[in-house]
Design a protein around this ligand. Structure first.
Ligand code: GTP
Length: 414
């Protein structure tokens, strides 16, 4: 029967195509579509105040993404970042459009209490997840804006010692929500050996505290060149960087982006001088798609699951309270009974009052009756006594009333 084999995986039949069908063009189709739609990428910079975060962003995308907030003389310091700001730019390279967003965070470490400085940043990252989830849940999911943070450059102060407590706390709070890329800021202030030692200690600290930083993925069957490139990039982490948004002249007369010192010029774009090029390669050229994918498939997915679980639990308990019929009936019965007993008590009170009133009325009328009865009885007794007296006098032949009768009798006798 044709339907019997449905549950069994159909065997793969390897066949040679007899002619060109066209699906070999699929990668090109995907490519064209992605190019047409453009890419969205959001990077965030985090770290203590004055470590060159804004400067690096300008250097990285070779665009004055961060114009000075007001026209400043060239020697002036850039104003401090005081709130989480995001700046978007559409950049195009060889016909590929990239909508780049940079989230600049206020430098921390300046406050008396720096314990919670990670909190607003974590909230910002999660609110972007929230907005993505909200878009995913919409009926029309055609135009989803991906504002999730795909990479977070964590700036480490070039102390040359090891990570500070605040760095560890920060990375521990953020590493499950964002691709962390640690960088050593202002590497021009350290010597080459200083940088190598510092890197080793930072990596040891990161491993010790089980902090997950972004790892370039390694695939099987990759060609040698790609593997070598991946290893090269991985070996530079944490990237020692130098940022500069102005051009200086080298002793040989070349115009380069860099920083001039009495002892020479540090070139931003020279791999011998710093890891800036490698950082850009990782962030933009090689792993942008990996960073986006990991954000979507792992970081966002984990967050979503946690969120749904916590919401589900909360939802269940409200549903239980609202819809559970026996609990609801029980509640209603208790209310009803309370109402009944209250009514009963009121009725009893009214009844007692009425009875009392009636009783006292009855008592009163009884007393009245009794008084009347007594009065009547007394009157009757008196009447009887009078009559008996009269009878006795008649019987004894004596005049009824001596004086009157005496006069009568006298007249009678005359
Ligand atoms: P906040 O906005 O306060 O968080 O500062 P920020 O981290 O954005 O630093 P910003 O880019 O404003 O740079 C601070 C100062 O450091 C500026 O005077 C920069 O010129 C200087 N600076 C930036 N990058 C480097 C660097 O790589 N090396 C050196 N030596 N100085 C740098």
């Amino acid at each position: 029967a044709p339907h019997q084999n449905n549950s069994v995986t159909s065997p793969v039949i390897r066949k040679k195509l007899m002619g060109y069908v066209g699906f070999a063009n699929l990668p090109n189709q995907v490519h064209r579509k992605s190019v047409r739609k453009g890419f969205q990428f959001t990077a965030m910079v985090v770290g203590e105040s004055g470590l060159g975060k804004s400067t690096l962003i300008n250097t990285l995308f070779n665009t004055p993404l961060y114009p000075p907030k007001q026209p400043l003389p060239p020697s002036a310091e850039r104003p401090k970042t005081v709130a989480i700001e995001s700046i978007g730019a559409d950049i195009e390279e060889n016909g590929v459009r990239l909508h780049l967003t940079v989230v600049d965070t206020p430098g921390f470490g300046d406050f008396v209490n720096n314990d919670d400085s990670w909190r607003p940043i974590l909230e910002n990252i999660e609110s972007r997840f929230d907005s993505y989830l909200e878009q995913e849940n919409r009926v029309n999911r055609q135009k989803i804006m991906d504002n999730r943070v795909h990479a977070c450059l964590y700036f480490i102060q070039p102390t040359g010692h090891s990570l500070k407590q605040i760095d560890i706390e920060f990375m521990r709070r953020l590493h499950t929500r964002v691709n962390l890329i640690p960088v050593i800021a202002k590497a021009d202030t350290l010597t080459d050996e200083g940088i190598a030692d510092f890197k080793a200690r930072i990596l040891a600290d990161i491993a010790h505290h089980k902090i997950q930083i972004f790892q370039a993925p390694t695939y099987e069957n990759e060609d040698e060149e790609t593997i070598a490139e991946a290893e090269e990039i991985a070996s530079k982490i944490p990237f020692a960087i130098v940022g500069s948004d102005h051009v200086v002249q080298t002793p040989e007369g070349r115009q380069v982006r860099g920083r001039a010192y009495p002892w020479g010029v540090i070139e931003v774009d020279n791999e011998e001088h710093c890891d800036f090029v490698k950082l850009r390669q990782m962030l933009v050229r090689t792993y942008m798609e990996e960073l986006r994918e990991y954000t979507n498939d792992v970081l966002y997915e984990n967050w979503r699951t946690e969120k749904l679980v916590s919401m589900g639990v909360a939802q269940d308990s409200t549903v239980f309270r609202e819809v559970n019929p026996s609990a609801k009936m029980q509640e209603e019965r208790i209310l009803h009974e309370a109402k009944l007993s209250k009514m009963e008590a009121e009725m009893k009170m009214v009844f007692q009052q009425k009875v009392q009133e009636k009783e006292s009325k009855l008592k009163q009328s009884e007393e009245e009756l009794y008084a009347r009865h007594k009065e009547m009885k007394e009157a009757l007794d008196k009447q009887r006594a009078d009559l008996e007296d009269k009878k006795r006098r008649i019987e004894s032949g004596r005049p009824l009333t001596p004086e009157k009768n005496a006069t009568k009798n006298r007249r009678f006798l005359r």
